[in-house]
Design a protein around this ligand. Structure first.
Ligand code: 13P
Length: 257
């Protein structure tokens, strides 16, 4: 049985004050909401991880970073290594399409980050997803299979179950146009199948797969209800306390159902 996981990717949003207010509202709001059956991970900007850690201590809420570097230390100005994140975080997002698009992250770089995360006891949330042109060209399955195989190339069998995959079709991100639940489930199945080829079906069955792309409290039920989908990676809707709390509550309800 896979524990559902809802993660909020705040991206490059919030001032310090806004971030602390949001964490506090989430902690207060989620208390007593009966969400213990799911994992809830907040991924604020890296600067806010330290102060946020104090707020979430003993609440059950978990923290994740939005990125890490593949190496542990060295002359990489401005970068943050997985080793530096371990005190505050249990998760780290790697290979988000915005990193691939705007920061030139290749499949190889993403694989290095996955390895770094696991080396330091962080659970990677590995993002994969096709662009609109790729979808229109009928290349979705090939793109996803390539991204998944590459990202998991360095993963040893014993670490597979620690990994999360987020299927985020690029055209659905921030567009208000979420993927169809059945289609997202189909791609999640393809991801699991690809992982099954590498690690065997039993191992692949342990990996949690999220859907991401315009997820809100209004459509989370459509995704969490799919057999291959174990949660969501949420962008914009994770910045509104009430919406995110409601979204998590619905996900937990479905999980317990
Ligand atoms: P939105 O939920 O804003 O579409 O963002 C999705 C995303 O990129 C999460 O990583």
């Amino acid at each position: 049985m896979r524990t559902p996981i809802i993660a909020g990717n705040w991206k490059m949003n919030t001032t310090y004050d806004e971030a602390m207010d949001l964490v506090e509202e989430l902690v207060d709001g989620l208390e007593g909401r009966d969400v213990e059956e799911i994992d809830i991970v907040l991924c604020p900007p890296a600067l806010w991880l330290f102060p946020a850690a104090e707020y979430v201590e003993d609440t059950g809420l978990l923290l994740g970073a939005q990125n890490c570097h593949a190496t542990d230390r060295g002359a990489f100005t401005g970068e943050i290594s997985a080793a530096m994140l371990t005190d505050q975080c249990s998760y780290v997002i790697v290979g988000h399409s915005e990193r691939r698009q705007h920061f030139g992250e290749t499949d190889e770089i993403v694989a290095g980050k996955v390895a770094a995360a696991l080396r330091h006891g962080l659970r990677p949330i590995v993002c994969v997803g096709e662009g609109l042109a790729e979808r229109d060209a009928g290349a979705t399955d090939a793109v996803i299979a390539r991204q998944v195989s590459a990202a998991f190339a360095p993963v040893e069998d014993g670490h597979v179950a620690e990994c999360v995959v987020a299927y985020e079709p690029i055209w659905a991100i921030g567009s208000g146009r979420a993927a169809d639940g059945v289609e997202a489930n189909r791609v999640a199945g393809l991801i699991r199948g690809t992982l099954g080829e590498q690690f065997g079906a039993a191992r692949a069955a342990q990996i949690r797969i999220q859907y991401g792309g315009s997820v809100t409290d209004a459509n989370i039920a459509e995704f969490i209800g799919q057999p291959e989908i174990d949660g969501a990676l949420v962008g914009g809707a994770s910045l509104k306390a009430e919406t995110f709390i409601q979204l998590c509550t619905i996900a937990a309800g479905k999980a317990g159902a």
